[in-house]
Design a protein around this ligand. Structure first.
Ligand code: AHR
Length: 534
């Protein structure tokens, strides 16, 4: 993508003439047609559907109430799992769900969540009682109901390799072992499939404050002994073991990535991994977080500027990985990402409840586009979190449910799952607020399995329509249609009372003489496909 806009490079000289001229220049830039060119002759890698993964931790109302209401609830449910949430999530074709944490995972003991349950505590998140009524079987039932797959995180911080190994044997063996018989007695005779396994979570912090060297020792032991015995998951279809990776771009994190990757390159036959995780939240000040509601354009621009740092982080850690793994065998899995704002007033601060606005929809699109552009290396990502926590897809209040702007983005992006990345070149122009300058336009393209071309276009500018012209010559299409998501204000949200303030609307575009023209609303996310009108 051409990132060096003439408008941006002009800034140095413009500054000499003072702010008035700068203001005029930006006014002009907002009116200039943005030209994009789609190069279908140079198809890129597959956009792994796992970048659209979700994360459900035992945290606040994420699992209890968000997913699990229990079979005796008056809220319609199937075996205790709420039907409205399942129906909404099915639409997203969620490829995998990471569970049970997060920090919770390193204090989770799976036996307390099978058979007769032990009531324990959740010291990480509000110190509340953990009933363990949602355990292994309930999670596997949930992902089955929504048509997804399991990404389990095993307890490295306060568990043992034996505990984790037994959990995997309990889940996956088809042999008549004592654990397999116990699984059958608990209602599931056939083995479960576990395609992804996280070995610890943030082991440098809440997962045990380990040094990279200490974690590496744990990794090699867990990797060796925590086996998947499911006969259908051997060979090429083997479970992906994901090691704990970095949580930022500073030296502490680059050293972490370097230590793990260097050891992997020199590994012996007895251990392996297939992925390295990375966590990166969009947060400007951890001590004084931004509000998720009632903010102005300045905070809109600040948060979007912050979120674009994902590009540098992915680039930095990919470069270290390339040093030891030029064939890109190890996936970078951004298994926690999204906005992290101040808790909503009157909510339990330990429950991480925040609202979700059009700003989050744009933030989601920008990050998904970064992952897609790095599709060769980034082959997994999990937004935090699925329901009622941080940048959620869905919010519930007892029997009520509302879909967030971020939900709509994930729905609009479904055609990009496992599609082939197609390069798009463009000059993004500039959107400015005070001293913040952001690329005004973002875009990706991909071809799905049927050969249909999909285009995503984001207009970051909250004040001006973007006039777009896409060169699609050579593509057999005379029309384009899809959906666009925008909102009246930068802080517009959906609420239980007004659930459709931020909701996608149909959009069409003309194609004439190999040029597609479309107008993008201010602060909008648009996904269209090209086709032929009869
Ligand atoms: O998503 C909330 C928390 O953020 C997770 O539990 C932890 O891994 C991260 O610090």
């Amino acid at each position: 993508m051409v990132r060096s806009s003439p408008i941006l490079t002009k800034f140095a000289s413009i500054l000499i003439f003072g702010s008035l001229i700068l203001f005029l220049d930006l006014q002009v830039s907002a009116q200039v047609k943005v030209q994009l060119s789609v190069d279908t002759f140079k198809p890129g890698p597959k956009i792994n559907r796992n970048i659209f993964g979700q994360f459900a931790e035992h945290l606040g109302y994420g699992v209890y109430e968000g997913i699990w209401v229990g079979p005796d609830s008056t809220i319609p449910n199937t075996r205790g799992i709420r039907n409205d949430v399942v129906a909404a999530l099915k639409v997203l074709r969620v490829p995998n769900v990471r569970w049970p944490g997060g920090c919770f995972a390193d204090e989770y003991h799976w036996r307390k969540g099978i058979g007769s349950r032990a009531v324990t505590l959740n010291p990480n998140w509000g110190g509340v009682v953990e009933p363990n009524t949602f355990g292994t079987h309930e999670f596997m039932d949930f992902i089955d109901q929504i048509g997804s797959e399991a990404y389990l995180s095993v307890n490295v911080g306060s568990g043992t390799p034996q505990e984790a190994a037994e959990w995997l044997e309990y889940l996956t063996t088809s042999q008549p072992t004592t654990l397999a018989k116990e699984r059958a007695a608990n209602g599931h005779p056939p083995p479960y499939k576990i395609p992804m396994l996280g070995i610890g979570n943030e082991s440098w912090d809440c997962g045990g404050n380990m040094t990279p060297e200490y974690y590496l020792r744990q990794l090699t032991i867990y990797s060796r002994f925590v086996r998947n015995f499911n006969p259908t998951q051997q060979g090429n279809d083997q479970m992906q073991k994901i090691a704990v990776g970095p949580g930022g771009g500073e030296a502490r994190w680059t050293e972490w990535t370097d230590t793990i990757m260097k050891a992997w390159e020199k590994r012996q036959w007895s251990w392996d991994m297939q992925g390295l995780s990375m966590h990166n939240y969009t947060v400007i000040n951890w001590e004084n977080k931004f509000a998720s509601v009632g903010f102005a354009e300045k905070e809109y621009a600040q948060i979007l500027k912050e979120t674009l740092k994902m590009e540098d982080l992915v680039t930095t850690h990919s470069a270290i990985m390339d040093k030891y793994d030029p064939a890109k065998k190890i996936a970078l899995v951004v298994d926690e990402w999204g906005s992290w704002y101040a808790p909503l007033p009157s909510s339990n601060p330990g429950f991480l409840v925040q609202q979700n606005s059009i700003r989050d929809a744009i933030l989601a699109a920008l990050n998904l586009n970064i992952f897609a552009r790095h599709a060769e290396r980034v082959r997994g990502a999990n937004i935090a979190q699925m329901i009622n926590v941080l940048q959620a897809m869905i919010m519930t209040d007892k029997e009520k449910m509302v879909l967030t702007p971020t939900y709509h983005v994930f729905k609009m992006y479904v055609p990009f799952q496992d599609a082939t990345f197609i390069p798009v070149t463009f000059n993004p122009g500039a959107y400015r607020n005070g001293d913040i300058i952001l690329p005004r336009i973002d875009a990706i393209a991909a071809k799905d399995a049927t050969g249909k071309l999909w285009l995503e276009l984001t207009n970051v500018d909250p004040n001006n329509i973007a006039d777009i012209e896409v060169n699609v010559s050579g593509i057999n299409a005379n029309t384009a249609s899809g959906e666009t998501l925008t909102a009246p204000r930068v802080d517009s949200v959906n609420t239980f009372e007004a659930p459709n303030t931020v909701t996608p609307k149909p959009i069409t575009a003309k194609i004439q003489n190999g040029k597609l023209t479309i107008k993008l609303d201010p602060k909008s996310v648009t996904v269209i496909s090209l086709g032929n009108a009869k």
